[in-house]
Write a new protein. Structure first.
Ligand code: R1P
Ligand code: URA
Length: 308
């Protein structure tokens, strides 16, 4: 068990030891995690757990569900949308779980490659796409870049976890529906994903072409994966002496076909979630098949289950 946790400005915790935004504490979150954007997706996926042991909705919109899948503790965390929510989730979850964390993001995306709506894209790496605010000043100020959007260098997905996700996903929905590629993590659904309109000046008419020039393997656009992979890349061990205590992968359902200009129906997206749920849990179990040495059975919501 962890030593007594103190609340501070650096690390605000409730009297019960819950983190400030996600509102979980030691023993409530498993080392194997599926993270999604939409809480409804999290609830749909929780039906595939053998047993649900814990559920909490935080005042900031995070939903954590922990249960048992094939005899092992697994959590599903719905985080909402965007880079900051991923940052809150990864950092605050790291605060309350000891040992290695395997995190698979199961999100939605727009395809800028061959994948069509209903297909799944597994991320090889993820890069950031940020709006260059200074470019839009009058007169424009180009001290960071003379382009309206900044493309950050890619962070890799964990190769072992990604192989597990790809293989389980292929078994479940057919390998012809599983694509692999680099994912662009934009800071907006609109401007920095190259969606055009007349309400705002976004300077993004050539953005998709620029993305393909810089990242020829770019296949998907979404809003969280680069932050997840980046934090995994800079994660440190329990005593700050073992790098990369977090390993991460990402599977994205194609909701928008940006080439064919179509969007998935709610019925079809529900079907895709149902078809992928088991594959995602199975990939976490294949990646981390035993509970030996993992963070505490004692005092955790799964303690009694594992003792059976
Ligand atoms: C935008 O509609 C949201 O969908 C994608 C984007 O990353 C963004 O969060 O992912 P989720 O479906 O997981 O939320
Ligand atoms: N999510 C995104 O961020 N972009 C899309 O086009 C679809 C889902």
């Amino acid at each position: 068990m962890p030593t007594e946790q103190m609340s501070s400005a650096n690390k605000p915790l409730s009297a019960e030891g819950r983190t400030y935004h996600v509102e979980t504490k030691y023993g409530e979150v498993a080392n194997r995690i599926i993270t999604v954007g939409d809480p409804q997706r999290a609830r749909m996926m929780s039906k595939f757990l053998d047993k649900v042991l814990f559920e909490r909705s935080s005042h900031r919109g995070f939903l954590t569900i922990t249960g048992i899948y094939r005899g092992l503790p697994v959590s599903i965390v719905a985080i909402g949308m965007g880079l900051s929510m991923m940052d809150f989730f990864v950092r605050e979850t790291r605060m309350v779980v000891d040992g290695p964390l395997s995190i698979v993001r199961f999100g939605s995306c727009g395809s800028i490659g061959e994948a069509k709506t209903g297909d799944v894209i597994v991320a090889r790496s993820a890069f950031g796409i940020s709006r260059n605010f200074d470019y839009f000043r009058t007169p424009s100020d180009t001290h960071i870049s003379d382009k309206p959007y900044i493309l950050w260098r890619a962070s890799p997905a964990d190769s072992q976890l990604t192989e597990c996700v790809k293989s389980e996903m292929g078994k479940s929905i057919g390998s012809e529906h599983v694509f692999e590629g680099d994912v662009g993590n934009a800071d907006s659904f609109y401007g920095s994903q190259g969606r055009t309109g007349t309400d705002f000046y976004d300077g993004n008419e050539h953005l998709l072409r620029y993305i393909h020039e810089v990242y020829p393997g770019a296949t998907a656009l979404e809003m969280e994966s680069h932050m997840l992979f980046h934090l995994a890349e800079v994660s440190t061990g329990a005593n700050n002496d073992q790098p990369k205590s977090i390993r991460a992968a990402c599977a994205l359902m194609v909701f928008a076909d940006r080439t064919g200009n179509s969007f998935i129906s709610p019925q079809r997206s529900a079907q895709v979630i149902e078809s992928c749920a088991r594959a995602l849990f199975d990939s976490l179990v294949a990646d981390m098949p035993s509970q030996e040495g993992l963070h505490p059975a004692e005092g955790s919501v799964w303690a009694n289950e594992l003792a059976k």
